[in-house]
Design a protein around this ligand. Sequence first.
Ligand code: HEM
Length: 121
Amino acid sequence: QHQSTLYERLGGQTNIDAIVENFLYRVADDTELVGFFANTNIDKLAASLGSMICDVSGGPCHYEGPPMDRAHQHMGVKDRHFNRLVEHLDAALAAEGVALNARNALLGQLAPMYGDVMRYQ
Ligand code: HEM
């Protein structure tokens, strides 16, 4: 049987880009989170997130943005913000047709970044 990579199970880059868009709309609609992104270039953020998801899912990308501790330093991120963001990502994955096992696999790749995201809060 064909062994598909997580990248393929996410639907490749076209669907990853749709997932990122869907996710960013959910964040924009969340009054607890949107303020963090007030000074962020959303097009650049979308490209960076798309590259990171491609990279960690085994796709043909290499994330070249800043490390997660520096990218999030001194934002005042709390656990509840982190959890909400993960919920929005899971909802975006589901809305773009990603199966439960692939959703959990991607979230499992991102969850270990918690320590880095929180390092300089
Ligand atoms: C595992 C969890 C997370 C991952 C994988 C992640 C990933 C990323 C990535 C790849 C970037 C782009 C970095 C760049 O290219 O400059 C970024 C930026 C950003 N993240 Fe996260 N993030 C996570 C959690 C969070 C949380 C919990 C918040 C706050 C609610 C947050 C808020 C932001 C903001 C505001 C930026 C933009 C910073 C700027 O304008 O330069 N992130 N994140």
